[in-house]
Write a protein that binds this ligand. Structure first.
Ligand SMILES: Nc1ncnc2c1ncn2[C@@H]1O[C@H](COP(=O)(O)OP(=O)(O)OP(=O)(O)O)[C@@H](O)[C@H]1O
Ligand SMILES: [Mg+2]
Length: 367
């Protein structure tokens, strides 16, 4: 099997290494459009860290978390029961049940059952803090990475769990300087809420992991044997979206036509967007702004999309419910740092332009 090598990310890697080289004091939120390579960047970086630096990487994606029990199970990875030798050294008293390939917070099953029977979130946090202390070695702070944290964004356990977690992260970083905390999310509305959250003001930093720029994209494709013509075609359709480029590279190595793949991918987006606009002629979805419900108006959605016919980026202000709706649908991406909205990918931008070309069809009611 052919494996595509990890490409570049020098600047982002350097930024994270600089963070790891200094005392923990802020929570780092890693964000960016969907499929921009956030998880890949972090997992690649973790792989290359010295063995002595302990990293706990917890990915909440795809985990069904609707209550406290499930959250704690994911956090502590109690499913696995094999032993993990290296951790033994540090955690002698609690090391009976540690998994082989381990990334959650280690905890033996007995202790887990005892500690969390009472369903006190704070107990869990005290335990994690204790584990992190045990891993603080030779001036190297342990690293806690939570990927897709928005999964528990709405979970309520005696108040919102997310606020308790944020408080705990602030304690680990700014107050105790004990562990580096990275939170990754591709949900830009979640990041926007975080961004305007008073309790996090001055206590976190934001690191954008965006699609590759043109130069990086060209180098990536060149490394993988693309001709000049194929390179421009890939850029025209995929921009610097790594997942899309990887798809084209695989296609090329399979001896198949790259252009066909580009057109197929665009056609799918176009038809999805047409379908969504058609649906909005019949139904009025609602979105929540603060605690109030707002209806999504199709004509405003069309108006927003039309703005992208001759530009790549617009302001977040104006027709907020509709913008929020399109962000929720992963058609648009919001960067809270500059308050700008843009399509999630080059394919989305092209699809928007194609659908808006026959925009007059969308100006009236359903049809
Ligand atoms: N630097 C890179 N070099 C090579 N391939 C990459 C790179 N970054 C991402 N990819 C490819 O793109 C795919 C998607 O990346 P990844 O899952 O990390 O994106 P993400 O931003 O975490 O996505 P999501 O928004 O779904 O969380 C990867 O599986 C990998 O194939
Ligand atoms: Mg990811």
């Amino acid at each position: 099997m052919r494996r595509i090598e990890f490409h570049n990310r020098e600047q982002e890697t350097k930024e994270i290494m600089d963070i790891l080289d200094s005392e923990p004091s802020l929570i780092t939120f890693v964000y960016g459009p969907i499929n921009s390579g956030k998880t890949e960047l972090i997992t690649n970086l973790i792989k290359n860290l010295p063995k002595s630096q302990k990293v706990f990487y917890i990915n909440l994606r795809g985990r069904l978390i609707s209550n406290y029990d499930e959250f704690i199970r994911v956090l502590f990875d109690v499913e696995h029961e094999a032993r993990y030798e290296r951790i033994k050294e540090f955690l002698k008293p609690v090391v009976n049940v540690l998994p082989e390939s381990y990334s959650g917070i280690p905890i033996p099953k007995d202790l887990f059952l005892k500690l969390f029977k009472e369903k006190e979130v704070e107990d869990a946090f005290v335990y994690i803090e204790t584990v992190l202390r045990a891993f603080y070695k030779n001036d190297q702070n342990p690293v806690l990475v939570i990927d897709e944290l928005q999964v528990i964004g709405d979970l309520k356990i005696d108040g919102f769990l997310i606020y308790k977690l944020f408080n705990f992260f602030i304690r680990l970083t700014k107050e105790l300087h004990l562990a580096h905390v990275f939170v990754i999310s591709s949900d830009s509305l979640f990041i926007e809420r975080v961004y305007s959250e008073a309790m996090l003001e001055g206590r976190c930093r934001y690191l954008l992991v965006d699609d590759f720029d043109r130069e990086t994209t060209t180098a990536f494709l060149e490394k993988n044997g693309f001709t000049d013509g194929e390179k421009s075609l890939a850029w025209e359709y995929c921009g610097g979206k790594p997942v899309c480029l990887v798809e084209l590279i695989n296609r090329k190595f399979g001896g198949r036509n790259v252009k066909e793949k580009c057109e197929d991918a665009l056609n799918i987006r176009v038809s999805q967007l047409r379908d969504l606009l058609d649906l909005l002629g019949y139904v009025k979805p609602q979105v929540m702004l603060e605690n109030e419900k707002y209806a999504v108006e199709r004509e405003h959605v069309v108006g927003i999309l039309k703005d992208f016919v001759d530009r790549d980026i617009v302001n977040f202000e104006g027709h907020r419910p509709e913008k929020q709706f399109m962000i929720n649908k992963n058609i648009l991406f919001l960067d809270p740092k500059n308050g700008k909205v843009r399509p999630q990918s080059k394919l989305n931008l092209l699809a928007i332009r194609e659908v808006m070309r026959d925009a007059q069809n969308w100006d009236g009611s359903a049809g």
